[in-house]
Design a protein around this ligand. Sequence first.
Ligand SMILES: Cc1ncc(C[n+]2csc(CCOP(=O)(O)OP(=O)(O)O)c2C)c(N)n1
Ligand SMILES: [Mg+2]
Length: 388
Amino acid sequence: MTVESTAARKPRRSSGAGTKRASAKKTPATAADEPQLVQLLTPEGERVTHPDYEIDLSADELRGLYRDMVLTRRFDAEATSLQRQGELGLWASLLGQEAAQIGSGRALRDDDYVFPTYREHGVAWCRGVDPTNLLGMFRGVNHGGWDPNSNNFHLYTIVIGSQTLHATGYAMGVAKDGADSAVIAYFGDGASSQGDVAESFTFSAVYNAPVVFFCQNNQWAISEPTEKQMRVPLYQRAQGFGFPGVRVDGNDVLACLAVTKAALERARSGQGPMLIEAFTYRMGAHTTSDDPTKYRADEEREAWEAKDPILRVRTYLEKQGLAEPAFFEELEAESEALGKRVREAVRSMPDPDTMAIFENVYADGHALVDEERAQFAAYQASFAEEGK
Ligand SMILES: Cc1ncc(C[n+]2csc(CCOP(=O)(O)OP(=O)(O)O)c2C)c(N)n1
Ligand SMILES: [Mg+2]
């Protein structure tokens, strides 16, 4: 199975330096140049095999993965709508990345630890974090909304790539404790250019840390295409650091599950880190503040629509007679109920006390924070005086 060439992209406006220096451009990749993807379920819903990765799931488990993806997509769509209605300040949609997140998320054991970015709503779902808890930060009423240690799911991290270092340090600690759990760090194709990610690769390799680096290559880092991040396929970068890398079809939930399970097992058995590049596509905007029509072609999105991660599982379930129509109807009703619950929960979130922003900055207080708190309190009080 080969991946498509990226030739469909809109030509970008040429900048002086870029056009003169031909050597700075990536040689256009042909389909034959592209590496093999690990795939177990084709976009047409056909089950295929792979020599290194296999998975044997019951009908119940297959329906479970489908349900996870459908509910995650429904929750995500609701959050996007809530932002459009002014109920959230911002939302980062995972549309198109459901298989990468549910496949990898369901590969985890309860005692494994997850370090996400800001887009891992599907992984949060797998960890049992209530979806409504994800929305507080995006509404601006809290700084996170869940206790990381309740579900072994760290708070969302917006400083690009930094969580790979947190994950590596945590994994080094897990190894020192002699525990047999593993750690997984999520990051994006754009984040792979950050120094933090290179440093985490070095430390995890040298200390043989039980960490899996799960990169969702969704082809874009806001408006920057992958050509601006790398000259060789991303998964190959691991080799230079001394650990294996693999590219998986990120829209194939079965392949993502199988590959992540194998990487976690490898980490648990003391064989060190592994890089998984889940080759996928960000179907929506980077966030609700972004307009992708300004920098990418409609045809590109259309080509990826044909590889939808949810549709192929539905086709498979139906063709194999693994799900009755009643299953899909009940799931539809469950999706609607989830949407309603999320809407109601967001609208009823209490506004925080304006002074709360100064809490928990330092564990034991700090003179500068105390000064700023007093200044802000005086500023707030000035409105009350004006109103007299
Ligand atoms: C250190 C840092 N630099 C820049 C930003 C601004 N920023 C937010 S998201 C983003 C792009 C990230 O792209 P990618 O890693 O591919 O993840 P994706 O959003 O596509 O999931 C950038 C540059 C940031 N949050 N942190
Ligand atoms: Mg990206």
